[in-house]
Design a binder for this molecule. Sequence first.
Ligand code: C2E
Ligand code: MG
Ligand code: MG
Ligand code: MG
Length: 283
Amino acid sequence: YAKNRGRARYEVFDPSMHIHALRQLHLENDLRRAIERDELVVYYQPIISLTTGSLQGVEALVRWRHPQQGMVSPAEFIPIAEETGLIVALDQWVLNAACEQMRLWQQEYPYLEPITVSVNLSGRQFSQPDLIKKIDSILNQTGLEGKYLKLEITETVLIENPNSAAEMLQQLIERKIQVCLDDFGTGYSSLGYLHRFPLDILKIDRSFVSNIEQNRSNSSIIRTIITLARELGIRVIAEGVETQEQRLFLQSLGCHYGQGYWFSPPIDSTKLSNLMTNKLHTW
Ligand code: C2E
Ligand code: MG
Ligand code: MG
Ligand code: MG
């Protein structure tokens, strides 16, 4: 994407670009009000243990029910939220909603195996000096224990600000909050820095999973990531698992967890409740 940015400059007068820019502007204004107007909703996507086929956790993924435009994809509004700084309020809202929901599930279904909830944090949010204070207050208010929460960050966060990131990770460890490195392999793809950070989980980006069967270099990248992670004591989640073949292949490589349409798309909390309590459901 970054590679195409230079070229995009020459396309300013393309009318479709103009329409795109206008839409961005409208969305930006609307997004400011979306939180107050209760237009955001959190969906949850199951994360499955590849060895047992059981539900290990869920990832919280924000959705925007725009009153005129219908569902707007986070791929479209997260970048806008990041540019405008609205991301800080948005991420905090999602974090709170997800912790609240997880606590509710624990109270409703105390007999189920405990699962965790993973929440995405933008780089901007992760470098907020009062992030830990906010997290503490959310855990306090919702009553959720830190060990049931995972935070997903990207490589950029660690590389751009290694010292403050390490400090933050330490404070999270003290609270038993786990940290996942999201979209792994798409950024710096430098495996060398990994051992310097106390991470719990790597999420292999779905671009490596999508044509795993045909593309031998993808499968050897995945193999390498899993081997390295194993040596560092880090568990691995494969994103974007869409077929039974992919699942079996990842399982044979020793990948711990899978997430993707093969298991379930992101679904609302009611649908997830049904799924959790359906004893006959297995993956
Ligand atoms: P992500 O964190 O890497 O989340 C995974 C994305 O892959 C989700 O897209 C999910 O719906 C999609 N996905 C899951 N399984 C499959 C599959 O089998 N095939 C395909 N093709 N896609 C699959 P979504 O929900 O549109 O979110 C896009 C991105 O937006 C997320 O990527 C994350 O970076 C960001 N995002 C979502 N919610 C939040 C949030 O609350 N805060 C922040 N900061 N970012 C968020
Ligand atoms: Mg994520
Ligand atoms: Mg991801
Ligand atoms: Mg991704």
